[in-house]
Design a protein around this ligand. Structure first.
Ligand code: URA
Length: 229
């Protein structure tokens, strides 16, 4: 395996999103950075990137070439990078992650809650949103009308969405209660859950995403909180 070259401390910290070059150099010189448990006040000191842990102004951080974030998205937040009408989901993340240019892996509607992945790893984003990769997403949709066998059958066999030429079928659909539907989809078309439910004769009142591929929303991750994977 190719070994990374040692890197100057100020560069490492800057690359991890903790500020400009000058700001990172000043923090180190001010004695605000420890590396592997020891204070280092030389911005140019070289460190091996392998298993590198540091603290910056008291915040513990492990060096990571890319970051992968699980966010429990609240309702009322837009997934867009430049939100227009609501707060943006990036405002829920700390400055160093925002500075790393993390991006949402696909989008959830403003009123949808649940699991949103974010990353600065383009390959990871592509792998999880590309229709060709068939990554399953599991949703819980609270419906306006009681869920019937016919409704479930339509979702599984395929429904024709407005403005689409071909029918689209759920990977799985089941009733969890009288009005709560669990729907598993492998694509991520615009408003797909809501449009499929309408096409099958019902209406989504509330939508929550439980998982994306192997990533499941942790039960102990409160609404609005995030965690590194
Ligand atoms: N499908 C929808 O209709 N909305 C979402 O937010 C996600 C999937």
């Amino acid at each position: 395996m190719k070994k990374n070259k040692p890197m100057a401390l100020y560069k490492i910290i800057q690359q991890q999103g903790f500020g400009t070059r000058a700001y990172c150099q000043a923090m180190i010189e001010a004695g605000e950075v420890t590396v592997r448990g020891e204070l280092c006040d030389d911005p140019d000191a070289l460190f091996d990137l392998e298993d590198l842990s540091f603290t910056i102004q008291g915040q513990a951080w492990d060096y990571a070439p890319f970051v992968y974030v699980l966010l429990h998205k609240p309702a009322g937040y837009e997934c867009s990078q430049k939100p227009k009408f609501h707060k943006g989901i990036l405002s829920l993340l700390p400055a160093n992650l925002r500075a790393r240019d993390v991006q949402p892996v696909g989008r959830l509607d403003v009123d949808t809650t649940g699991l949103l992945l974010l990353s600065d790893d383009g390959q990871f984003i592509h792998k999880n949103i590309s229709p060709k990769k068939n990554v399953n997403k599991v949703y819980h949709a609270t419906c306006a009308e009681p869920i019937t066998d016919d409704f479930i059958a339509q979702l599984k066999t395929g429904v024709l969405l407005k403005d689409e030429d071909e029918t689209i079928a759920a990977v799985d659909a089941r009733a969890l209660s009288e009005r709560v539907l669990e729907l598993t989809l492998s694509e991520g078309k615009y408003h797909q859950v809501k449009r499929m439910v309408v096409a099958a004769g019902n209406h989504v009142m509330q939508l929550h995403r439980m998982s994306v591929g192997e990533y499941v929303l942790p039960e102990d991750l409160a609404v609005g909180e995030w965690r590194l994977i």
